[in-house]
Design a protein around this ligand. Structure first.
Ligand SMILES: [Zn+2]
Length: 616
């Protein structure tokens, strides 16, 4: 008499078209005539109706039709009696897996169990090292969760996650794996011990494994290369209690790149210190350095900062010349009417100070380079003092400030004016001295382009006066203050219409009819935009051009509120908020982005009024 399991295997073989009913009947006939108790499956194999490989395939393919206990008996690893005893024990403790009981009761050696799974049934047997485990894959669920379900994702095999099971026949484990990784994964087996010890190592960070120095070099290089390819401005290496996290700043937002085990931190820190010329032995003080990194035939300039924190040094690398190209002045994002004024009344004036203001990462440098590119021509001399030079331009004399060797701003600016320039570019006004140089250079007929860290345009003027520059000097030399911010652009692959909420309206001080004529949008998130809903950035501007009324308000030391009012009324000033609202109403950016990046100092005018002033 055949047992249930044989019937099950045979019906799987028939179902998968590996054997026919006729062949089975023939084998049964033979079995009834022979004396020895040969298994029907073996007879089918002897008759060459089916191969060992085909049986394995049918078994793994239909694994949920089988009970692991029956298979163990069928393949001779276990007696019926022991299986019955184990099943009885399982009834008293439903949470315990049959495999665990069999091993615990010494009815079965764990190796035999793995043997059945890998040799007889053909599941790949894996025993990986903790370093081989794909950290991104494992991060999809918690270690606790993997322990509970007794599975461990290992790495991608031909694009599919390979998942190790201690018991691939367990329904609970299979359902759990499907829930996290979808149904398209490779099933592998690993011993219970291997899975739990790997999970422990992942949880606590493995102390035992030794990372080789050259692999750390390769890791560092590949991080920097990925950062360059993904248009990253800054790379953050952040040491935490149980891991090192690497994040990239892209489009102004930090995006998680990868996590690394704790043991990598000392070697990675040393490697970056060597690369940047910092002191390896010094671990208690903050440090800085520079890295010159060759990639794809381009030499990238990276500024490194080491900041001592409780779990080690946090390292930030700023990629300086990741400016892919100088943006044509007409493409910096100014609306047509504003652009005309900027060219005619600001850049084309013979002398005076042009200030670009905004916080770090607001795109000031890009705008300054676009301006230089527009101004430069063979008959004039342009000289720069930058900290540091972020983009090399033809026909412009650029100097990179380097305080480490006493090439300071002060020292450089003293020499700049003796170089007989027409245009002076001062990277940033950071103290009274550089402010004084800028203003006096403008007084003596130079055009001065510089940047400043202030919230808005009026703030730039006020701050200049707070740097001991006389109001009359400010009012007579400054031509324009251009405040700016960078806002993320909506991803055009997943943009959807967005209706302003009552909160949005309240914050903007608009009523529903004020916005009903405009279609705002928001990105849903897709693979093109890494599920952020944004792709690329656009600048928004607030341009203050000093006319006689504004100059008069400065001379008579009016408050910033009054100067702002005069500017709006007489010089056609549009605020950062108004320019941003206009761009959102055109579907370029979102309301959310405006609230995140743009200060609100005054109630914005209506969108139709803004459009009229902007010229479209
Ligand atoms: Zn998208």
């Amino acid at each position: 008499m055949e047992n249930d399991i044989t019937d099950q295997i045979i019906s799987c073989l028939i179902k998968d078209n590996l054997i026919t009913d006729k062949q089975v009947q023939h084998a049964q006939k033979i079995k009834s005539k022979i004396v020895s108790s040969k298994r029907l499956i073996d007879i089918l194999k002897d008759l060459k109706y089916v191969s060992e490989e085909q049986i394995k395939t049918a078994l793994t393919h239909n694994k949920h039709t089988f009970k692991i206990g029956d298979l163990l008996v069928e393949f001779g690893y276990l007696t019926h009696e022991k299986l019955e005893a184990a099943l009885k024990l399982q009834k008293t403790n439903k949470d315990q897996r049959l495999g665990d009981i069999l091993i615990e009761q010494k009815f079965l050696a764990e190796d035999d169990f793995l043997d059945l799974l890998s040799i007889q049934l053909g599941f790949p047997h894996v025993e990986p090292d903790v370093q081989e485990i794909d950290k991104e894959l494992i991060s999809k669920a918690s270690i606790k969760w993997y322990r509970h379900h007794n599975i461990l994702p290992m790495y991608l095999q031909e694009g599919k996650p390979l998942i190790a099971f201690s018991d691939p026949f367990s329904k609970d484990s299979s359902i759990a794996a499907k829930k996290i990784f979808g149904s398209d994964f490779v099933t592998a087996v690993a011993s219970q011990n291997v899975i739990s010890s790997l999970l422990n190592k992942l949880e606590h960070g493995s102390k035992t494994n030794i990372i080789k120095e050259d692999s750390v070099q390769a890791i560092v290089d590949s991080i920097i290369q990925s950062a360059i390819l993904e248009e990253t401005s800054d790379i953050h290496f952040e040491p935490f209690k149980n891991k090192l996290t690497v994040r990239f700043r892209q489009d102004g937002i930090l995006i998680h790149y990868k996590d690394y085990p704790l043991e990598i931190i000392p070697m990675l820190t040393s490697r970056l210190k060597i690369m940047s010329g910092a002191n390896i032995a010094e671990k208690r003080l903050h440090q800085g350095g520079r890295i010159s990194f060759d990639f794809n035939g381009t030499e990238y300039d990276l500024r490194a900062s080491f900041y001592v924190s409780v779990f080690g040094e946090k390292i930030v690398l700023r990629i300086l010349n990741n400016v892919s190209e100088i943006i044509n002045i007409n493409k910096i994002g100014m609306q047509p009417k504003l652009m005309d004024r900027f060219l005619q009344d600001v850049l084309d004036t013979p002398s005076g100070v042009i200030l670009v203001t905004g916080p770090t990462g607001s795109g000031k440098t890009t705008t300054v380079y676009s301006c230089i590119n527009h101004i430069k021509k063979p008959e004039i001399s342009i000289i720069t003092a930058e900290e540091p030079v972020e983009y090399i331009m033809n026909d412009v004399i650029q100097c990179s400030i380097n305080p480490n060797i006493n090439l300071t701003y002060e020292e450089t600016l003293r020499h700049v004016v003796r170089q007989d320039p027409d245009v002076i570019v001062i990277g940033e006004i950071r103290d009274s001295y550089s402010a004084d140089v800028a203003v006096h250079a403008a007084l003596t007929g130079h055009k001065v382009l510089t940047s400043f860290h202030t919230e808005d345009s009026i703030g730039g003027l006020i701050r200049l006066m707070n740097m001991d520059i006389e109001a009359f000097l400010v009012s007579s030399t400054v031509v324009c203050v251009l405040a700016q911010r960078l806002l993320r652009k909506v991803c055009d692959k997943c943009a959807r219409p967005y209706n302003l909420t009552p909160t949005d309206l309240y914050r903007l001080e608009y009523k529903p009819p004020d916005v009903s004529a405009y279609q705002f949008v928001k990105g849903k998130g897709c693979s093109h935009c890494r599920y952020t809903g944004y792709k690329g950035r656009i600048a928004v501007f607030e341009m203050l051009i000093l006319n006689e009324f504004v100059r008069d308000a400065i001379l008579t030391q009016k408050s910033s509120y009054e100067i702002r009012k005069v500017s709006i009324e007489t010089s056609g000033l549009l605020t950062l908020l108004e320019d941003a609202i206009h761009k959102a109403s055109l579907g370029i950016t979102t309301i959310e982005e405006i609230f995140r990046c743009v200060p609100k100092l005054l109630k914005p005018r209506s969108i139709s009024e803004i459009k009229r002033l902007q010229g479209n």
